[in-house]
Design a protein around this ligand. Structure first.
Ligand SMILES: Cc1cc2nc3c(=O)[nH]c(=O)nc-3n(C[C@H](O)[C@H](O)[C@H](O)COP(=O)(O)O)c2cc1C
Length: 362
């Protein structure tokens, strides 16, 4: 069985180890969603990861509601990403862009327009905005013209990611955002070819993957899904059937890797009692499976030993431990991330985490 420190191929990507950095929104871009200079420092500090999956990055104004999150739809955003990506490469790392349309989770006050979703629904929880938490707006159901336009936006953002120097892209299909809103029958009530039976609800995901891969190549395309549990109001009456079918569809398309946020009942990030679907997905998907949520070194290696995952992605541990790969290798203690600075602006709680364990300094 491979160890976390063995290399792995994922399509066009050759990763030197299997300790990946999960996508983490940190709110350090500017008001025009342009990446800032400290983002280059932050990502370069973490370049020892087998792969960095960028924070969720908006494909359009319509699709981006998170305050100070970055985008990839304007020339200035592409220019802003270039030094960030270059810094990761200079530090010996690899980075893909997580492409994001938040659908009904975009506050109207941020985008200036009514949010779109699979169907006319409203998110259950208050949303982050530039003016603090806000009540969600009722979304309108995307028309076929909207869908065509959104697919074009995905394609353009993927093209821009490559122009900025990214090594590939990850479609954000998880966590109750637009792709997930189309996948799950709790948020998709459509009566056309994009709704109803599972095969129809997979259509939008498939078209997004095809649009993106049409620009960057399937070998540079990955996807993130969150197959179990309710996520920001998105849920399905049969997650196992839905996500096993999704994995089979991704297999048919030739997608080289799927990252799964699959928490357990004691997770500290959106726990669920639902049984993992990843074993069933693995049976129908021959590409790489990356598992996420609540892992530390030993539990991560156990999933490789059980052959249920090819790599593990770490979120909060990478926030607080820029040298996470080295710490896992040496079985050194891990620092805990400070929740108060997750989305605060500036370097505090961002680029100032120590790169060596306390014990070494002592
Ligand atoms: C501060 C923060 C920001 C996050 N941003 C994103 C994001 O941009 N995209 C995404 O898919 N998941 C995001 N997540 C979820 C993480 O990728 C990951 O699934 C979660 O932290 C659980 O993994 P962990 O236990 O290793 O931290 C975020 C989580 C946190 C804590």
């Amino acid at each position: 069985m491979p160890t976390l420190f063995d290399p792995v191929e994922m399509g066009a990507l050759s990763l030197p180890n299997r300790i990946l950095m999960a996508p983490l929104t940190r709110g350090r871009a500017d008001r025009a969603a342009v990446p800032t200079a400290i983002m280059a420092d932050y990502y370069a500090q973490r370049a020892a990861a087998g792969l960095i999956i960028s924070e969720a990055t908006g494909i359009s104004r319509e699709g981006l509601g998170w305050p100070y999150a970055p985008g990839l739809w304007t020339e200035s955003q592409v220019e802003g990403w270039k030094p960030v990506v270059a810094a990761v490469h200079e530090a010996g790392g690899r980075i893909v862009a997580q492409l994001w349309h938040m659908g009904r989770l975009v506050p109207e006050s941020v985008s200036g327009m009514q949010p779109v979703s699979a169907s006319a629904t409203r998110a259950p929880n208050r949303l982050h905005s530039y003016d603090g938490k806000q009540e969600p707006n009722e979304a309108r159901a995307a028309t076929l013209d909207d869908i065509a336009r959104i697919l074009d936006d995905y394609a353009a953002a993927a093209r821009n990611a490559i122009a900025a120097g990214f090594d590939g892209v990850q479609v954000h299909g998880a966590n109750g955002y637009l792709v997930d809103q189309f996948l799950r029958d709790g948020t998709n009530h459509r009566g056309d070819d994009y709704g109803g039976p599972v095969a129809n609800r997979l259509r939008f995901m498939r078209e997004v993957v095809e649009a993106v891969a049409g620009e960057v190549g399937m070998a540079r395309t990955g996807i993130r899904l969150s197959p179990i549990g309710e996520s920001q109001g998105a849920n399905d009456s049969d997650n196992e059937a839905l996500f096993t079918a999704a994995a089979a569809e991704l297999e048919r398309l030739g997608v080289p890797w799927i990252e799964l946020r699959e928490p357990g009942p004691r997770s500290t990030f959106r726990a669920t009692d639902e049984a993992a679907v990843s074993p069933a997905m693995r049976r129908v998907f021959s590409g790489r499976i990356i598992l996420n949520s609540d892992y530390v070194g030993h539990s991560a290696q156990a999933r490789l030993d059980e052959w249920v995952a090819d790599a593990i992605s770490f979120g909060r541990p990478f926030i607080a431990n820029p040298d996470l790969v080295d710490r896992i290798r040496r079985d050194a203690p891990l620092a805990t991330a400070d929740v108060a600075t997750f989305y605060s602006r500036g370097p505090e709680g961002y680029t100032d985490y120590r790169t060596h364990p306390e014990q070494e300094a002592a």
